[in-house]
Design a protein around this ligand. Structure first.
Ligand SMILES: Cc1ncc(COP(=O)(O)O)c(C=O)c1O
Length: 397
């Protein structure tokens, strides 16, 4: 199977050398029958675990009832999901798409069109942060503040500037009367699990208000209870003009969204933006089932409680082992930084070989972002594997 994969799939990924075929809860099985404990959560996507029976049933029932209608017609599931998201957040309206990159594209277009329609036609620029990750489509890639993702892709979108994350003074200088919007992640996730400071996120809101720019948060990795609040912005008491959502909101079914306040709700008038699959009833039924399970299983509380537990256990590991160099995170989005002399890729390979699935972030950070219904026993089991692997880590040469 691995040979066929290399023959028929594009080489843009470099997956681990096994083929996953089944999953249930936090366990996945490969084609040879080997089982792994999955604390990667599909990179913060599997909010309710692999193949949750209720989610699988909701998708099956909806597939048999109504899978797709074009956006020339309303559908009941999209209305219900938009209503449910608005009820849980400070936002008033929702637009659905299929991925995180697409959600950020929608934010870019909304910002430009909002100012354009108000006659403020020079406001076309964006301020993002160094080390950020906002996606891989040309617009979202242009917002992404890591040059390794830009290699060979120029020219990117014009008018995007970058400031250091958590440097409020730099943001203050960067936002001008040509800035359409400022965007960043409440926790830089792909960049290495780096939380915003309260001063930065609150200051950004204030600066945008003072200068007439819009303020957006990319909650694609942090939203939907991942950090122990429904949205990470709640930790800081900040309401942006809009936020992008994806990853966990479909629990594994492709679904993205932007949620916006009344102020910018008219930002995308009819004809200005669209997505063929966006908001289709099948994806929205999955989104509704995820919300139902989050409530039914008390998963915000679980993410909060076990996020604290995970953070404190990682700190203990970090204090004991010379192969690590710190921990950081928020809720169930935690990172363990590897020491300079440790080889991250080889260490991750050893973790896989020991039966645990995790991912790297920021090159040298082991990311733990399990499903929100992970148990303490599962965390303990995974942390024991992580700790013993890091006792004798692969060294960089
Ligand atoms: C914060 C953030 N924004 C955007 C994206 C892009 O999402 P997608 O891969 O669904 O396009 C990601 C994906 O990792 C992300 O973490």
């Amino acid at each position: 199977m691995l040979r066929t994969a290399k023959e028929v799939q594009l080489g843009n990924y470099a997956p681990a050398p096994f083929v996953l075929t089944h999953g249930h809860g936090r366990r996945v099985t490969d084609a040879s029958g080997r089982e792994y404990l999955d604390l990667s959560g599909g990179i913060s996507v599997l909010s309710v675990g692999h193949s949750h029976p209720r989610l699988a049933a909701a998708i099956g029932e909806q597939a048999a009832r109504l899978m797709h209608v074009s956006n020339l017609f309303y559908n009941d599931r999209a209305i219900e999901l938009a209503e449910a998201i608005c009820a849980r957040t400070p936002f008033d309206k929702v637009y659905f798409c299929n991925s995180g990159s697409e959600a950020n594209e929608a934010l870019l277009k909304l910002a430009r069109r909002y100012h354009y329609d108000r006659g403020d036609r020079k406001r076309v620029e964006f301020v993002s942060t160094h080390n950020s990750f906002h996606g891989r489509t040309m617009g979202s890639l242009s917002l992404t503040g890591q040059s390794k993702y830009h290699k060979g892709m120029a020219p990117l979108l014009e008018g995007v500037s970058f400031v250091e994350f958590n440097d409020l003074a730099a943001l203050d200088v960067a936002v001008s009367d040509e800035t359409a919007a400022v965007i960043f992640e409440p926790v830089q996730a792909e960049g290495g699990i780096i939380p915003t400071s309260p001063e930065f996120i609150q200051g950004a809101r204030r600066i945008c208000d003072e200068r007439g720019a819009l303020f957006f948060l990319d909650e694609i990795q942090t939203g939907y209870a991942r950090t122990g609040r429904f949205l990470a912005q709640e930790w800081f008491d900040v309401v942006p003009d809009a936020c992008s959502l994806a990853k966990g909101i479909g629990g594994g079914f492709p679904l993205g969204a932007i949620a916006v306040t009344e102020r910018v709700a008219g930002g995308l008038p009819p004809g200005s933006h669209a997505s063929t699959f966006g908001g289709n009833p099948l994806a929205c039924a999955a989104g509704l089932a995820v919300l139902y399970i989050i409530d039914e299983e008390n998963l915000i509380e679980n993410a909060n409680r076990l996020g604290e537990y995970l953070a404190s256990r990682l700190q203990q590991i970090d204090e004991r082992l010379p192969s690590t160099a710190g921990t950081r995170g928020l809720g169930l989005l935690q990172g363990l930084v590897l020491a300079d002399d440790v080889d991250p890729a080889a260490t991750l390979g050893a973790i896989f070989s020991a039966g645990l699935l995790l991912t790297l972030a920021g090159g040298n950070v082991i990311r733990i972002s399990p499903s929100l219904n992970v148990t303490q026993d599962e965390l303990d089991e995974g942390l024991a594997i992580l700790e013993s692997t890091l006792e004798h880590p692969a060294r960089s040469t």
